[in-house]
Design a protein around this ligand. Structure first.
Ligand code: UDP
Length: 493
């Protein structure tokens, strides 16, 4: 039922332009709209292009959801027109410029906030200044964190106690302090800014300070997945609401799943689907490293050999780097060979991940441990091979492999932005071994059954009465009460 306009909540969502941040926030915004909230998503034109169709469909179905666009200052930054998302950046320097670009349009964003007079701001973790914007408007800011409770709790406790600084070497182990499980890591597995102090450390300190000052935090998560860490977060940081998995909740039909996060329409019966349809149930490994990672030539070669040696079928998404863009003859020959043997299928740059994960032929996921990929794998009931690359992904690996026991680590040792140097961090033997372990039926029986149970719990959590469903309802009620209190306060003045 539609809410009365005067009681209707008016919420602004401000995503960060990287798929791992933007996709779940847009899904969350759509979820709010489907529950009677009037939603505005503020973004730039090229970013809006990747999700506008879904917004228009929701709008045409009667939901109050719209986008407001601000031009991105690409020319001032010396970036090509239309380069507005981290997934299109080929270097760290370009990512830095993009971050600057958002700061350059901060005043225009704040003017829009004033014009729209929202009741709440939901903004990405990487936009810490928005806590001040909300203060100025006298409204709550919800901090949107697009990863696990485990990872944020680990980051905060390591930042506080610095256990890694007491070791004599970067390859020795320390235990994460004040954690419900005994988790050991090496300093090399930490993000650079956490291992050694730098200006980036200062930036993240500001991010966490803004998190503590926010009204609360929103997580694309569900209680049954990591309840211990949700509890730890609430007791050490503050209020939070787990309202996921949002992609399962809002993308219920296949068309939405196909085009999500991507601007071009995909064919109805594409070649990859025919290829998957020809495979036995649970026989194919899906291999993807998310939206940002681009492997060097040497790492591509090791991965190709590892997959081939494993003897299992696979669908592998390769993001092009400068070399593959020009034509990497090894990878091209490998692709041809796999086409002939029908053992492997390569998708270049962007795959319809949700559709592939949900296909009955898919039996496992070799993932870089990006949080969205993990949640999507869990929702589809698929165990994982964990190959963390950078950022908080090594924490997510620990959660998957050691706490939830639904994944096999490939053996990645160092947290770093890949593709910068031409080297291979993980060798073909380790890769083949992990694939055989996961895809060999005997070895993975228990992991598979644990993942299926979590998949069932994920689905229940978003049904009426489920944990995420109830959290969303409770949050919306709380925001409505705050709106009423503000209105009464204004009247009494
Ligand atoms: N994604 C996709 N197709 C691709 C690569 C990524 O649909 O080829 C989606 C994926 O389903 C997920 C998001 O992009 O929702 C990536 O987020 P994640 O947290 O897994 O990793 P990140 O890209 O942030 O490293």
């Amino acid at each position: 039922m539609e809410a009365e306009p005067e009681h209707q909540l008016n919420v602004i969502f401000l995503p960060y332009p990287a798929p791992g941040h933007m996709i779940p926030m847009v899904d969350t915004a759509r979820l709010f709209a489907k529950h009677g909230v009037s939603v505005t998503i503020i973004t730039t034109p090229a970013n809006a292009f990747t999700f506008q169709k879904a917004i228009d469909t929701d709008f045409n179905s009667g939901y109050h959801i719209t986008t407001r666009l601000l031009p991105f200052p690409a020319a001032e930054l010396g970036l090509p027109q239309g380069l507005e998302n981290a997934k299109d950046a080929t270097t760290l320097e370009i990512i830095g410029k993009m971050r600057l670009g958002i700061l350059m349009i901060k005043d225009q964003i704040e003017l829009l906030f004033q014009e729209l007079q929202p009741d709440c701001l939901v903004t990405d973790m990487l936009l810490p200044w928005t806590v001040e914007s909300a203060d100025k408007l006298g409204i709550p800011r919800l901090y949107y964190y697009s990863s696990s409770y485990f990872s944020i709790c680990a980051t905060r406790t390591i930042l506080k106690y610095k256990p890694h600084q007491k070791l004599v070497s970067d390859t020795h182990r320390f235990t994460i302090p004040d954690f419900p499980h005994n988790i050991e890591m090496t300093p090399l597995q930490l993000p650079n800014w956490l291992r050694t102090e730098s200006s980036v450390t200062e930036f993240f300190e500001a991010v966490f300070e803004s998190e503590s000052r926010s009204y609360g935090s929103l997580f694309n998560n569900f209680h049954e997945l990591e309840g211990d860490y949700e509890q730890l977060y609430k007791s050490t940081v503050g209020k939070s609401w787990s309202v996921g998995p949002v992609s399962t909740w809002v993308n219920k039909d296949d068309e939405r799943k196909t085009n999500r996060g991507h601007s071009e329409d995909l064919a109805r019966e594409p070649e990859w689907l025919n290829w998957l349809n020809s495979k036995q149930n649970e026989s194919v490994l899906y291999v993807s490293f998310g939206s940002l990672t681009r492997f060097s030539h040497s790492q591509l070669v090791e991965l190709a050999h590892g997959l081939e040696q494993s003897g299992h079928s696979f669908i592998w998404v390769i993001r092009k780097n400068e070399e593959t863009e020009k034509g990497d003859s090894f990878v091209q020959e490998f692709e041809e060979k796999m086409k002939e043997s029908k053992k492997g299928y390569i998708i270049w740059n962007w795959a319809p991940q949700l559709l592939i994960l949900d296909h009955p032929a898919t039996g496992g996921f070799l993932t870089h441990c990006g949080w969205n990929s993990i949640l999507e794998s869990v929702s589809a009931g698929l165990p994982m091979i964990t190959w963390p690359i950078y950022s908080e992904q090594f924490f997510n690996e620990k959660l998957i492999a050691e706490v939830l026991k639904i994944g096999v680590p490939v053996g990645a040792k160092e947290n770093k932005w890949v593709g910068v140097e031409d080297c291979a961090d993980v060798g073909r033997e380790e890769i083949a071994k992990a694939v055989v372990h996961l895809m060999g039926k005997e070895e993975s029986i228990e992991m598979r059954s644990r993942t299926r149970k979590l998949s069932d719990a994920a689905k229940k959590s978003i049904e009426e009465g489920g944990s995420s469903y109830s959290n969303l309802m409770q949050l919306l009620d709380e925001l409505k009460s705050l709106k009423i209190t503000r209105a009464l306060h204004r009247q009494s003045k």
